[in-house]
Design a protein around this ligand. Structure first.
Ligand code: DGY
Length: 319
């Protein structure tokens, strides 16, 4: 008997093929399944597993409506701030995520944003799309070097460390803030700050890699932006909830920030029109893990977790 599952969103061809071949799967329509259709499909299909993404919020009320035969809900994301994990535990619903497989892709996106913000990529792109038309003077439209600068990393987990490795390749000095100090072999020369506020004045470029949720909401606010050196660059591929967007806009307008690179936003999937229109912001629509290879690896990891639980084994990536 193949495990019965429901997928809420279309995945890469390889993941869809595996879902079709190895599972008794309800596959989603091109636009995905909304919450009500997901709950109905789980019920009608007598599903054991739910394959979902951060677009589906599993709050306590929703978890209470998930049929009892569903044993596992695997989110195709490393973050799980869209899930009430305590409510899931109380209901006996196993939650899994997809750690590790997206470290490099997300670190690449952070570096794309660092370089894009430092080198005014959004403005250059606009100029070219409007037809260019004149040579710029040697003093015009200048960006900032990353080489020789100090990169501050907030959250030195697996993604943060992958960003640090890239930064060393660009001749940057790395400082970091984390709940706990890493062992020297994981630090690889990065300088630890137990206190974020002490680290911020050191950061020419600051990048966030901390989880969303309680404890990190509004981490970057008027006070913390003001502690950065004047004309710093700010990058966020973590979660929009970490940033007070009003304070971010003020910091951009005042010149406290030279530029920002943003992949995540407070009210996804919408973006504040003032941020979208801001010339100093280089933007992406929450695409940190969006490569063929990585999304396939993430999807496989969700399927592996569901297959394990359906076979009576422990999940690989329990949350
Ligand atoms: C993740 O994996 O957490 C990504 O941000 C997608 O939600």
């Amino acid at each position: 008997m193949k495990p019965r599952i429901v997928l809420t969103r279309p995945m890469t061809d390889a993941v869809m093929e595996r879902a079709r071949n190895e599972f008794d799967a309800v596959l989603p329509p091109p636009g995905g399944l909304d919450l009500e259709s997901t709950l109905n499909a789980l019920e009608e299909h007598k599903a054991e597993g739910l394959f979902f993404t951060s677009g589906t919020k599993l709050d306590a009320a929703t978890i209470a409506r998930i049929p009892a035969h569903v044993k596992i809900a695997g989110t195709c994301s490393v973050g799980y701030d869209h899930i009430d994990v305590e409510a899931a535990k109380a209901r006996g619903l196993i939650i899994t995520n997809t750690p590790d497989v997206l470290n490099n892709a997300t670190a690449d996106m952070a570096f794309l944003l660092i370089l894009g913000a430092c080198r005014r990529a959004a403005e250059y792109d606009q100029i070219m799309r409007k037809g260019w038309g004149r040579f710029f003077g040697m003093h015009e439209m200048l960006g900032l070097d990353v080489s020789g600068k100090t990169l501050g990393i907030v959250g030195m987990g697996r993604i943060g460390r992958a960003v640090a490795r890239r930064a060393r390749g660009f001749d940057m000095k790395v400082v970091y803030h984390n709940r706990t100090r890493l062992d020297a072999d994981l630090e690889e020369g990065a300088e630890y700050y137990a206190d974020l506020k002490e680290m911020l004045p050191r950061c020419d470029v600051l990048t966030l890699h901390a989880p969303g949720g309680v404890g990190t909401a509004g981490l970057m606010n008027r006070e913390t932006f003001s502690l950065l050196p004047k004309a710093a660059v700010f990058v966020n591929t973590a979660r929009g909830s970490l940033v007070d967007e009003e304070a971010l806009l003020e910091a951009l307008d005042s010149g406290q920030l030279f530029a920002a690179g943003l992949d995540v936003f407070a009210k996804e999937p919408t973006v504040d029109p003032r941020i979208a229109a801001h010339p100093k912001v280089f933007l992406a629509p929450h695409m940190g893990s969006a490569t063929v290879e990585t999304r396939t690896a993430m999807g496989f990891r969700v399927l592996d977790n569901i297959a394990a639980v359906a076979a009576g084994k422990p999940p690989i990536d329990p949350v």
